[in-house]
Design a protein around this ligand. Structure first.
Ligand code: DC
Length: 234
């Protein structure tokens, strides 16, 4: 089994950029598990399927051919489902809300977890997975487990700036209240709720730069026995 880095935490904690940069610095495969759940939500939305119709949503999950591309030189990953590039669409706010609902369906979760494990098995060197249940459910024996978080205001501010950059029109207040709603749902659901694994390293990122956070994670990898060869952070 390849060296596994599990990065869990709530929306807007900076998981994505931190996980990508960590994967690039170590030459590891990057798996954005949130993007996988998002592809299911997007298809459900497009077909007019209710998130309460767990049977149909589960069928969508079973039939989905999800492909995550390797990171390119900019640290971007393309997300495809049924051969279609949905990288942009899956980030729309209505997809985020839908994802938070369909990801509470146990069968959807088990299909996604199986896929995450099988992609990881193919990785020779190592893998960085980001999500909500990586250290608790997907890879409870991961060598490195991080619970990355930031204050609610800081997280909403980051999400707001990111959405603005992508041209999505939404107010900071709306981002904050949608985030609170999602946090509540993600941490209260019965199936794999968001919670730190007992043996995870808790990292509060308020006031820290991305490089500082990635350096801490790499230091932890070294502490856990990974030998970093050359390279470094940019
Ligand atoms: O990380 P993200 O914002 O792309 O996640 C989108 C939603 O998917 C979020 O509401 C939580 C859910 N999710 C999950 O339940 N389990 C994961 N491993 C990853 C994401």
């Amino acid at each position: 089994m390849a060296f596994t880095v599990a990065i869990d935490g709530p929306a807007g904690a900076g998981k994505s950029v931190v996980a990508r940069k960590t994967a690039m610095a170590l030459g590891f495969t990057y798996i954005d598990t949130g993007a996988m759940y998002r592809t299911i939500a997007l298809q459900a939305l497009e077909r007019g399927v209710s998130p309460d119709d767990s049977e149909t949503v589960s069928c969508i999950a079973i039939e989905s051919q999800i492909v995550l591309s390797p990171l390119d030189a900019n640290g971007d990953q393309r997300v495809c489902v049924q051969g279609r590039d949905v990288t942009q669409e899956i980030r729309a706010p209505q997809v985020s809300q839908m994802t938070s609902r369909i990801s509470a369906i146990p069968q959807v979760r088990s299909v996604m977890v199986e896929l995450q494990r099988s992609i990881s098995r193919e990785s020779l060197r190592g893998v960085v997975l980001e999500g909500r249940d990586i250290g608790t459910v997907v890879f409870p024996n991961a060598e490195v487990k991080i619970f990355l978080t930031a204050s609610a205001e800081e997280r909403a501010k980051r999400r707001y700036l990111e959405l603005q950059k992508r041209g999505v029109e939404i107010s900071l207040e709306a981002v904050l209240s949608e985030q609170a709603e999602r946090d509540e749902r993600d941490s209260q659901r019965a199936a794999s709720p968001l919670k730190p694994a007992e043996d995870s390293r808790y990292l509060l990122t308020d006031g820290l730069t991305i490089v500082q956070v990635v350096e801490q994670i790499i230091a932890l990898c070294v502490e856990k026995g990974y030998r970093v060869e050359g390279g470094g952070l940019e």
